[in-house]
Structures are given as C-alpha cells and as structure tokens.
Design a protein around this ligand. Sequence first.
Ligand code: ZN
Length: 454
Amino acid sequence: MSPRYCPPEGQIIQAFAFALDPTPEQRAQISRFFGARRKAFNWTLDQMKADVDRYRETGESGTPPSFYSLRKRWNAQKDVVCVNADTGEVWWTEISKEVFADGVRGATDAYWRWQQSRAGLVKGRRVGFPRFKKRGRDRDRFSFTTGTMRLEADRRHLTLPVLGTLRTHENTRRIERLIAMNRAKILCVTVSRQGERIIAAVRVSVARPQRASVAQPDSTVGIDVGVRRLATVATTSEVIGELVNPRALEHRLGELRRLQRQRARRTRGSRQYQETAAKIARLHAEVANLRRHTIHVFTTHLAKTHGVVVVEGLDAASLLQQKGLPGARARRRGLSDAAFGEIRRQLRYKCPWYGSTLIEADRFFPSSKTCHNCGHVQDIGWLERWTCDECSSLHQRDDNAAINLARWASLGSVGAPVKRGAEHQTESHSAVGDDTRKGSPALVGPNNSVRSAA
Ligand SMILES: [Zn+2]
C-alpha cells in the first residue's frame, strides 16, 4: 500500500481509522480519485505486461520495473493517457499526483510479490500475476504520503492534499492529542470506501513511553479462543475470565442471518435484492467493528496485566482444511478463527508495548483434548463437555484448554510435550493417547481445578 518505513528506536507505527463525512462535492472528488488510482494501476500493469511479453518473444530484457522508473514513464505519458474520450480534455490536472503515484506503486509492488512468489521466497499460497482492476471489484482506495496532512485542533476535521478539509464522523481526540504533544507524526493517510462509508486510516509513528512492568508480573495465563465463547482466560489452575460476544454483536449476528435469508428469496439483481445487499454490507461492517473493538479492549487488558500470556499456535487455515468440517460447523469455526487471528495479532504487538511476554504454544499441542487433571489425551471430537477416560474428571472444553495453555509456559524447557503429528493421529484413532501421554509428564498436576470433579 505504501512505502515500507522503519520507525526509529522507541517509536512504533500505529494506524487510526476514522469515518469521514465528506460534502457531496468532496465525495464526488474522492470517487474520481479512486478511479484515477485504478487508471494508473492498470496503465502500469499494462506496461509491465508488455515488457514481460517482449522478453518472452525476443529474449531481450529491459530494465526491471521499479516504482521510480514507471512513475517517470507515467508522468511522460499522462497527457496522452488521461484524456476524456468525448471532450478531448486532459483530466489529470484535477487529481492529486499522489493518487497516481499510489496506483503505480500498487502495481509495481504486486509485480514484485509475483516475482518473489515465483522464486519461492514468499510463504503461503502462490501469488499470481497481478490482475487489472475493475470498478466495483476493486477495493476503492488511495494513499497520501506527502503534502499537507493535518488533524485540525477542533478534533472534528482532517485536512488532506487537494481534497482540503474534511469533516470526520468521530472525534479525532485519540490521535490529535498525541500529535499536539509532539509524540506522534503522520506518515501516511489512506482513504478508502467500506460499503457506503468513506474511511481515512491515519498512519502515525508514535513514541511509546516505556512501562516498567505489567500489573501482575508473576501471573501466567492461557487464552483459549472458542466457538461459543470468544475467549477463555485461565491460570495454571483455574479459569479467571471469559470473553463472550457482547449482546449488541449477538443481536447483529441474528439480524445478519435474517437478512441473508431474505436476500436468498429475492431475484438476483432486482431493486429489492440490491437494497437487502446494501443492508447486509452495512451490518457486516458493524459486526466487524464491534468484534474488533471488543477484542481490542480484551487484549489491552491482558497485555497490561499479566507477565506471560500463552495462546494456541494454531494454523487456523490449514486446520480447517484438514478436518474437512461440515458446513455449519465450519462456518462457526470460521468465525472463531477470525477472532483467534485477530486476538493473536493484537497480542503480538501489544505485549511488547506493556512489558508482557507472549508465548505461542506448539501448534500440535493438544490443549483441548488433554485432561488437565491427569494428563491423559483422548479424542473428544467436538464435544463441549467431556469426561476423562482415565481419571473421570469432568471438563468443559474451553476451560480445560485454557488451563493447559497456561501450563505450556512452564513446559518451555521440557520441550514439545507431544511428538509432532500426534494431533492428526488422535483425530482419527483415540487409542494413540497412550503413547502421547508419556511425553507430557509436566501436564500432570494436582487436582486443583475449579470446574473438574473427580
Ligand atoms: Zn484425567
């Protein structure tokens, strides 16, 4: 999206997003900017594609594409490229040149991601050759990295190059305060469309005060992210907290289901269909915002409070595939996976801020199906409650997993408690439990759980 920037020592990069309330003129101008970025992106892609084709035909390679060389080519040709077909007018003069630069950068970045992926330098799924952007299929956006970018002192306005001063839907206090105290500096502003809303994401470099320590440096907690509960927090002996979906979120999820059914009954492309689709898009945004907010409050509290936080080191995407879950369950799991990814992502940067240590347990550590009372590992499928075959303790799935995760922290030097691959084996053959158990002696602890009864 924007140039990589390494913050100086003691500085971190943070983004704050604000919904904007542009005037109708500004709104029109913004959507022209979205189109202009797309134009520059597609033009750049076209140039690079022609270069690749020429190389394949003739074998002569020109200079490898770079942002700087292509921006230069763009500037030399924009008089020809940006001409209104009907009136013959040149229109690039009405657009901020930063918007075009952002499009050129987007295309060259995509090109190099493709090259790196081809060379096997990028983890994960293969990256294809960049595609041309189409209106309606593209995520409408553009970024400013230079020029006048300012948050006004009234905390209700944001000033950007060419667009001028825009009203923000929310108060900008969170960030305006930091800038006024000279603790933050704006690096980049990205304007994008989310459903009907125009959002400005302000990226700043912030000086973080170094905290001496967290509130309870000796406290170690395990976090299990679940299906029914968003998360469960436990110490090595008992559950100390739960994060449930807030009521407002549950309500919207119900409403979302209702609207999705409604849309399914309507004729695709009809006016009523469009109306329902717009409502769904709005609700999706609300659900995402609410969930993110809930998780933010939760992770900040964890990072400020506990000395050590342990989460599952679960590769959610691959787990989902490998289990081949049936529809409804996969979707539910999908929701909690999204929450899980977000919780882990936030903890990864917040724990260092506040002086807490984040530990990601081995991804094959069977936190759910290990009895925290005796250490026995058994296949529990998707059961919410289960009884240990060995010691007859009664377990609630998430509670048990969170306690096991908290204990993982003290296992560190013992090494992996379960041999790799055990996760797959116990999935289909519960009998494997016997030999995996020998590897996890540290899990056997005194029966001091609040919720298990022998
Ligand atoms: Zn047991």
